[in-house]
Design a protein. Structure first.
Length: 334
């Protein structure tokens, strides 16, 4: 799946960075209106680190891994390229869906890139002492590369309540007329090696999913594991978000009968590739990208970053979005 086209880079570079508050002043916003980043920032992932938030996106005008920072999840500032130098195994230009976690005192960035040896999109890892980077690639090749299954993309780390770390991802089967699955596998304590066995969690079979499920996000609350995912063609208004639930990290997972739970609405087209972030009051928010209706596709528009409330309760997930009007802003630490 093509996450970002070179033809869009000039457009993205020319666009001013717009936020929900004029000038991005120091006072926290009381309300905000989506999008929080009205510029190309596809496949967004937000990491909370202390009193700051770090957002990472698929390659574009901001570099291999465009990076932004915020104090309140509403006003965002560009912060450069978090992965300025790609590992030798990577063919430049197709660095997708980065996500970051902190393990063993350092930050680990997982990213998707084109593997020179196989020609497939595969998953790599990079490390840094800071969430701002610069991240440095580790290993002489990909961390995950299921060549026989079309490749591997959309890596997402998950640290359970007992401190054990896992990596989720999707095999890129839709590139080659193969089924797509979401996988999970344990990670070493430093997050740089896979251990144990990979477990297939779910695959595409529902009508709304089409020929692809992707972008796994695993979130635990209480006794339930909530597996969020996106499905459908990314460059259309059919792209949407669903979820599945289990009581063990490896499943079995049951897809929600009310799927999809985040769909196109009004000017918001193809919302998806989500991540979950928590504000200073413990409220959970869903960050995701979306096209503007009538401007779908890299040759016509761009994917802005949006933020809406999400709740997890008794095995059910509810998203209050996509929103088009002002809403209370996330809580900010004093």
């Amino acid at each position: 799946m093509l996450k970002c086209a070179p033809a869009l880079l000039a457009l993205a570079a020319a666009l001013p960075l717009l936020t929900s508050g004029a000038g991005g002043g120091p006072a926290p916003a009381r309300t905000f209106t989506n999008p929080v980043v009205d510029a190309n920032f596809p496949d967004p992932f937000i990491l909370r680190s202390g009193g700051a938030y770090h957002a990472y996106a698929t390659n574009g005008a901001g570099g291999n891994v465009p990076h932004m920072t915020s104090r309140d999840l509403v006003h965002w500032e560009r912060a450069g390229d978090a992965l300025p130098t790609l590992p030798d195994w990577v063919q430049p230009g197709l660095t997708w869906a980065p996500e970051v976690t902190r393990l063993r005192g350092q930050y680990v960035l997982y990213f998707t890139a084109r593997d020179r040896a196989s020609g497939r999109q595969c998953i790599g890892a990079a490390v840094s002492a800071s969430p701002a980077g610069p991240f440095r690639g580790v290993g002489s090749g990909p961390l995950v590369c299921q060549v026989a299954e079309g490749g591997s993309i959309d890596a997402s780390p998950f640290v359970d309540q007992d401190g054990r770390a896992y990596l989720l991802w999707k095999n890129d089967g839709n590139c080659c007329n193969l089924a797509t699955h979401l996988y999970v596998q344990p990670l070493s304590a430093d997050g740089l090696k896979l251990t144990g066995k990979a477990t297939a969690l779910i695959q595409n079979f529902a009508l709304w999913e089409g020929n692809v499920i992707e972008a796994p996000t695993l979130y635990r609350r209480g006794d339930f594991y909530y597996l969020l995912y996106s499905a459908g063609p990314f460059d259309s208004d059919l792209y949407a978000v669903g979820y599945a639930v289990a009581r063990k990290v490896t499943g079995p997972y049951r897809k929600a009968p009310e799927n999809p739970i985040l769909v196109s609405k009004g000017e918001v087209a193809g919302p998806g590739h989500q991540s979950v972030v928590t504000d200073a009051a413990g409220q959970t928010w869903l960050a995701y990208h979306a096209w503007t209706q009538g401007q779908i596709g890299d040759d016509r528009g761009y994917r802005s970053m949006r933020l809406d409330k999400i709740s997890f309760r008794d095995g059910a997930v509810k998203v209050q979005g996509p929103t088009l009007t002002p809403q209370p802003a996330p809580a900010v630490a004093p």
